[in-house]
Design a protein around this ligand. Structure first.
Ligand SMILES: [Zn+2]
Length: 469
């Protein structure tokens, strides 16, 4: 008995010594690069609003901010693109080019959009079409960014931490008094009880539907000498608003971090990813009037939180990198034949021009959707870096989904990047579909089956669990 315990004790010491020796030998590396994706030719079509816009000036430059990580066995790329949303075919093209040049498998590449509403359109949604020239330009620029980040791989220490920022994230869907919720002729919803952005002092407002996620997460990489290499942040509010073309608060945040992080120089790259902002924005409609904010104030507040979080980071010399990807097929909420026929008839009223009114926009969406396949293939991902998990979802995701993933993740810390690896519209949970409202109105930007959210959420959690096996 005694001998046995001595032997097992010796065995444990040996194993511990071997593991720590291996960990000491292992080198973690990181490389970052911000590729300029500002269009060369103007004007360009800008999407994100109900109606299409044209932009003919560059307010600030747009980037694909790329981070490549390497634990000695696996490499992964994380890219944040200054775009409202980028469809999977464009991203798959970029990934293939970058994979050929770097050897990183495409399944280890996570490319997400910031969801700035002041960038060239590469996805047709609501009143806006695709800017075809820009859509052809974008994938090559993203690929170049990944290749350059890969070239810059260097030994790195890694760490992460969170600090809350509740001043710029509010639920934008409100429960309305019966019969007062906004709707339109072709929404595919009935008796809408939810309304987005009801305005201030609206007497028909009952309460916000849900709770926002106020976390600002930062994942930081620095050289062994302590020089910052990159910082990836994550915050779940919609854009703040900027004249086109602009990277909105996401771009301002990156500039602030470059200026404020001690020892950061021109090689340092900051990335601000969008968390779960499908049902949130910067407005607080419970106040009597609009509080003052713009992309600069939002970026300032979020940067303050990010710097606070950065100060708490305990950097590690090496962590394991594990990434999993899976594609799931989901059905689409399609209009029936009678609705499509009615919508086609309605389109005749504004033949030869773009839609303007809500009914016109959704009539066009009804017809366009009827010409698309009845299913969509969504790429879901989970990336683990030590005790940190990152979930990636190709939708505009509600706060409740993100908070549930954070709560039920097997990892100590987790955050979710939305509009990643594609764009398949709002991911409204089934109970939210019952309430209707803008994010549930049937369109290419809100098209998935009513039961899509629980399926996506369960799969992301499953992938996160798989990274720990
Ligand atoms: Zn949006």
């Amino acid at each position: 008995m005694r001998l046995k315990s001595i032997i097992s004790c010796f065995a444990i010491i040996t194993i511990t010594a071997t593991t720590s020796l291996n960990a000491a030998e292992k080198i973690f590396r990181a490389g970052a690069f911000a590729a300029d994706i500002t269009p060369i030719k103007l004007p360009v079509i800008v999407n994100g609003g109900m109606q299409e816009r044209l932009a003919d000036k560059v307010v600030d430059h747009l980037h694909a901010r790329c981070l490549v990580l390497d634990d000695g066995e696996q490499q992964a790329a994380i890219v944040v693109v200054d775009s409202c949303m980028v469809p999977s075919d464009i991203l798959d093209h970029a990934k293939e080019m970058a994979s050929k040049a770097t050897g990183i498998p495409t399944s280890n590449m996570l490319i997400a959009s910031t969801h700035t509403h002041s960038a060239p359109s590469v996805f047709g949604a609501l009143g806006s079409d695709v800017d075809k020239e820009y859509a052809a330009f974008l994938p090559g620029q993203i690929a170049k960014g990944i290749v350059n980040a890969h070239k810059r791989l260097q030994p790195a220490e890694i760490g992460w931490a969170m600090s809350p920022e509740p001043k710029n994230v509010f639920i934008r869907r409100f429960l309305m008094k019966e019969g007062t919720g906004k709707t339109n002729l072709f929404s595919g919803t009935k008796n809408d009880r939810a309304q987005m952005n009801p305005g201030y002092k609206n007497k028909n407002v009952l309460e916000p539907i849900g709770v926002p996620d106020t976390d600002v997460w930062v994942l930081a990489l620095r050289s062994p000498a302590g020089k910052p290499i990159a910082l990836l942040a994550n915050y779940g509010t919609h854009y703040a608003g900027a004249p086109a073309l602009s990277a909105d608060y996401f771009g301002v945040f990156c500039e602030l971090m470059t200026n404020r992080l001690p020892k950061a120089d021109e090689d340092f790259v900051a990335l601000m990813s969008n968390g779960t902002s499908g049902d949130t924005n910067c407005y607080d409609f419970r106040r009597p009037e609009r509080r003052k904010f713009d992309r600069f104030t939002v970026a300032e507040d979020v940067a303050q939180a990010a710097l606070k979080a950065y100060g708490k980071i305990e950097f590690q010399k090496w962590v394991p990198l594990v990434m999993h990807e899976e594609v799931i097929s989901l059905r689409v909420r399609l209009a029936d034949e009678a609705e499509v026929a009615k919508a086609k008839e309605y389109l005749k009223q504004f033949e030869g021009r773009k839609p303007k009114e809500l009914d016109e926009i959704y009539a066009r969406e009804t017809v366009l959707m009827s010409e698309l396949p009845p299913t969509r293939s969504l790429k879901l991902q989970a990336l683990r870096l030590g005790d940190l998990g990152i979930g990636a979802i190709p939708n505009e995701v509600y706060s409740s989904t993100g908070l549930d993933i954070k709560k039920n993740s097997p990892l100590k810390a987790t955050f979710v990047m939305e509009l990643a690896n594609g764009c398949f519209g709002y991911l409204s949970p089934p109970e939210q579909h019952k309430l209707g409202g803008y994010t549930c109105w049937r369109a290419r930007s809100s098209c998935l089956e009513v039961d899509a959210e629980p399926k996506v959420r369960a799969k992301v959690l499953e992938l996160l669990r798989k990274t720990t096996e």
